[in-house]
Design a protein around this ligand. Sequence first.
Ligand SMILES: C[S@@+](CC[C@H](N)C(=O)[O-])C[C@H]1O[C@@H](n2cnc3c(N)ncnc32)[C@H](O)[C@@H]1O
Length: 367
Amino acid sequence: MSRSRATTPVVQVRSHVSVPPGKVFPVLWGEISSSLLQRGWMIGNEPGGKLRSAEKRTPKWGSGDVKRWDPPHEIEIVWKQDATGAGSPPRLVVRCRAERSGTTILIEHSGGSGLRREPREEQELGWLASEVVAPLLLAIAPARLIEWADDRWGRRPSGPTSSAFYKEPIYHLPGFHAILERLALRKDDVFLDVGCGGGSLLKKALATGCTAAGIDHSADMLKVASGQNARALAAGHLQLRYGDAAALPFPDGRFTCAAMSGVLPWLPDPGSAFREVFRTLRPGGRFVVWTSSPKMYGTPAAGPKRKGGVRLYEDDVVTRFARKAGFSDVRIDHPDLRPIAKAVGVPTPSRFLFGPEYGGFLWARRV
Ligand SMILES: C[S@@+](CC[C@H](N)C(=O)[O-])C[C@H]1O[C@@H](n2cnc3c(N)ncnc32)[C@H](O)[C@@H]1O
């Protein structure tokens, strides 16, 4: 990263990957737009496309334009000048340059210093240190990298590989089977899938004729979920919401049943999520949670036990979360899902993970 001594501040980032620009660009652009969305921003992918806050009522930081859109080589995004009107508008250029060894990615910020209140050089250095260098230094901490990878894969899945996986997550299909068997959905059921991921369980649930809602805090997952449930969405049989399990964006008593599959290990505070499910269930509502036992630590499914990683609970802890949230008839059973795992095509070396000692299903009711 370097910074010129020109009148306008410039930051340059250079990176290299060993695949050609045609492969780099769509992935890079997809990741940029979904990261912006995660932060509440939307960007168009054409010349004249807008960079704007997704929050319509109180948009912050103004807006920008896609000035150049020349995939897979170059894009340029320019912010509209702010009220100070000083200097040239801030811009960011992303270039993918073909090399024999792959692609060099160059990201360059220029223009846009409206900074005034302090001696300019001091202020520019302060900005560089606090907004660019310090965040980068923290982003490369080994534990943060692992946390980022956990987020990308499980806690808040994003990126093309996760999107492809969660569309029909083969390792979750045995759990979906057990959940649907337990819920025995009917046409008059209103089903909630908390942490719905790519919407595969929702799709299977909707096939029973019920109506449903899914909530997730991953924009990429919601995109997959809406893609594969487009008809149900259009017909008004399905609602998808961006949100947090601990603050469900639904009114009290909205649902007749709810499920969580693969979500519990990622929740910082399972108690609040269980309370929210309780609140949004009608009296008589049923709740099923696919849980993984701490025995799963050290397997390819959970990795080693480590701070910040997945949290796996013994049965008594999970039942306590449910009882404290207000649920009755709380129990956990441990079916052997290995035959189903085999039937849905889980590869042989992974089938042992579906044995009764590795997982279970919490079953609870709001009376
Ligand atoms: C391992 S994936 C499981 C996805 C899906 N339920 C399945 O079984 O295929 C965990 C999902 O829970 C979502 N999730 C995790 N924590 C969440 C939270 N606090 N609020 C909402 N969604 C959450 C993630 O974004 C992700 O889609």
